[in-house]
Design a protein. Structure first.
Length: 278
């Protein structure tokens, strides 16, 4: 069973540095449309929580068979092990690149009942050793897929849906929200890939009509908007990078996209409030 296989990597993590929270918090970024940013934001949120905030974090990569997040981890660790000293000006002195890496647990599941039980057992096994678990699902939202099972069983504390002004992306986000409604799955959306013209609100908010579509359906929209930037597609093999599974590039974030920390703070606040209501 993949569950038994991957729990071994969890035990090896150095996780005695931070106080334990009573509940492990689970979240995902999800949208069916490729290019929406779900995997990128999963890894950046995990890195912010771990390397910037100091929480104990685990990531579960269910986006098979490619497991792109796990591939990013392999690249990041290779760079950090061989060239980490050159990255210190970008990641800050508080991050020890030889100690702080969070585990990335990969698994191939189809959303069947047996897989659902195993995922439930895995998350429950993490609750004493981790504060946050970030899950990257595959992009399909078919009837039998894992994300649907998670929604119906309420294993997720929060689903965050990135959207941008693309018809398929917006329709996918609305459909996803409809599927969440019967189970009461907490979910929010936020604007990603916001263009320069869309950021110009001197005359009118060009995103307002689309935002009203979600507001009319009772779907919360986060205040923070993330600009469309090529840096999100760069890894730590280049200096002007924003995403990494092995560090949080604070200097680059502050200079290039300070909105990231504002967004993640909004999401963390929602997670913490949700846990307080348990």
């Amino acid at each position: 069973m993949w569950f038994a296989k991957y729990t071994l990597s969890i035990v090896k993590s150095d996780l005695d540095l931070f106080p334990k929270l009573h509940f492990v918090k689970t979240l995902t970024f999800f949208n069916e449309k490729g290019g929406s940013g779900k995997t990128t934001f999963c890894l950046m949120m995990a890195s912010w929580l771990r390397y910037r905030c100091g929480y104990r974090v685990a990531v579960i990569d269910l986006d098979g068979p490619m497991h792109g997040l796990n591939e990013m981890r392999a690249i990041d660790l290779d760079v950090m092990r061989n060239e980490g000293r050159y990255l210190l000006p970008f990641i800050g002195k508080d991050c020890d690149p030889q100690r702080d890496w969070y585990p990335v647990i990969t698994a191939d599941i189809d959303g069947g009942e047996e897989d659902q039980k195993l995922m439930d057992s895995l998350i429950r096994s993490l609750k004493d050793d981790y504060d946050y678990v970030v899950i990257d699902f595959g992009g399909s939202f078919g009837k039998g897929d894992a994300v649907v099972r998670f929604i119906s069983s309420r294993l997720l504390d929060l689903m965050v849906v990135p959207i941008y002004t693309d018809e398929i992306v917006l329709l996918s986000a609305l459909e996803l929200s409809y599927r969440c409604s019967p189970s009461g799955q907490p979910r929010v959306v936020f604007w990603n890939r916001v263009t320069r013209s869309e950021r110009d609100t001197s005359s009118q908010d060009r995103l307002a009509p689309f935002s009203r579509l979600f507001a009319d359906e009772g779907i919360p929209i986060l205040k923070t908007r993330i600009p469309d930037m090529v840096m999100f597609r760069r890894d730590c093999r280049t200096w002007r990078f924003l995403r990494s599974t092995a560090c949080w590039p604070q200097a680059n974030v502050s200079q290039l996209c300070p909105e990231l920390e504002t967004l993640f703070t909004e999401i963390k606040t929602l997670l913490d409030k949700g846990q307080d209501n348990r």
